[in-house]
Design a protein around this ligand. Structure first.
Ligand code: ADP
Ligand code: F6P
Length: 336
């Protein structure tokens, strides 16, 4: 097949926290390249693997049976040393030595900063938003968020059964780093009484706990059999909070931190489809010679956003967020 592309060999890596749908995305990038006769190299373990020259010729078999699998077949890693210029120069040299003239980076905000540094070294890069946290600026969608919310919601439903049987209060801590999107979505989907998100938390823990204590006693007086609090990891301290709430209310209170189970599991259809669309778009862009962009979603359409507009600018839930306002209308409290 004639190669019809500005680049001749592309590389793909996944970096930062894994997210369900990364496999679908990398598969779509690779297949788009292969359809145009372009060679694909896989880079294992993100920037760490790149610096260790863990680069291989990706064959079509590599992408077989991965669309339904969580995690990333390329493995992922965090690599502190890559923040230093000398390692970025070394990485660019390694990419050149493999004749990689276009690189697709799938990861979160930190990974985009790395991608930008590689661009500065003359490497043609395109990035895809791969994080369960949904905290990437300029895109409505990030790979893995929907699956993570589904996974967490199913776990919360189970905890709720036990909570109701024991007439307890349950504090369930979900991931999201400094953003509250997973907590907000899970809280609404699970019918929680309170949703704690870092964007609405002023750092005053005694005040927050007093609000919760009031809310628990009020709902108990109305005959509520359980009390569900969804707490974002950016607020944290779930175990201590549970102890103090139990002491103050007399209501048995348990905390559960869901942890890394939220990152695993087979991606839901939405994540498979959106990741595939983004991957195909990223593949096309890099083959057409359009570099230095994040490929994201805006108004339900594929959008290309200059990496310079994205890297280092995290998205947070705004004070006037519609979902928060609607939740408040029906009595869900945010502890603020
Ligand atoms: P995520 O991509 O999910 O946000 P991290 O913030 O851990 O995850 O970033 C992933 C990797 O990206 C880091 O381990 C590091 O190798 C690279 N990275 C992060 N910040 C920078 C930076 N300022 N310059 C260069 N590389 C960076
Ligand atoms: O960015 C994804 C994420 O799962 C965050 O929600 C969480 O804060 C972090 O990664 C956990 O990172 P680690 O895998 O290093 O524990």
């Amino acid at each position: 097949m004639n190669k019809t592309s500005a680049v001749q060999t592309i590389g793909i890596l996944t970096s930062g926290g894994d997210a369900p749908g990364m496999n679908a995305a990398l598969r779509a990038v690779a297949r788009t390249a292969w359809a145009r006769g372009i060679d694909v190299k896989g880079i294992y373990r993100g920037y760490s693997g790149l610096l260790n020259d863990e680069i291989f010729d990706m064959e079509k078999e590599f992408t077989c049976d991965i669309i339904s699998r969580g995690g990333t077949a390329l493995f992922t890693a965090r690599c502190e040393e890559f923040k230093q210029l000398e390692y970025q120069e070394k990485a660019a040299e390694i990419l050149r030595s493999h004749n990689i003239d276009g690189l697709v980076v799938i990861g979160g905000d930190g990974s985009f900063r790395g991608a930008q540094k590689l661009s500065a070294q003359g490497i043609n890069t395109v990035a895809l938003p791969g994080t369960i946290d949904l905290d990437i600026a300029c895109t409505e969608y990030t790979i893995g968020f929907d699956t993570a919310v589904n996974t967490a919601m199913q776990a919360i439903d189970k905890i709720r059964d036990s909570s109701t049987s024991h007439e307890r209060c349950s504090i369930i801590e979900v991931m999201g780093r400094n953003a509250g999107y997973i907590a907000l979505w899970c809280g609404i989907a699970s019918g929680a009484e309170d949703i704690l998100i870092p964007e609405r938390f002023d750092g005053n823990r005694p005040k927050l706990e007093n609000e919760l204590i009031e809310s628990i006693l009020e709902k108990k007086a109305l005959g509520k059999k359980h009390h569900l609090i969804i707490n974002a990891e950016g607020v944290g301290h779930s175990y201590g909070m549970a102890k103090r709430i139990e002491q103050a209310t007399g209501v048995e209170t348990r905390a559960s931190i869901l942890g890394h189970m939220q990152r695993g599991g087979s991606p839901c259809p939405y994540d498979r489809v959106l990741s595939t669309r983004l991957g195909a778009a990223a593949g096309k862009m890099i083959l057409d010679g359009e570099f230095g962009y994040l490929v994201g979603m805006k108004n339900n359409h594929i959008a290309k956003i200059p990496l310079a507009d994205v890297a280092g600018k995290l998205k947070m839930i705004q004070p006037d967020d519609e979902m928060v306002q609607e939740a408040k209308l029906m009595g869900i409290s945010f502890g603020d």
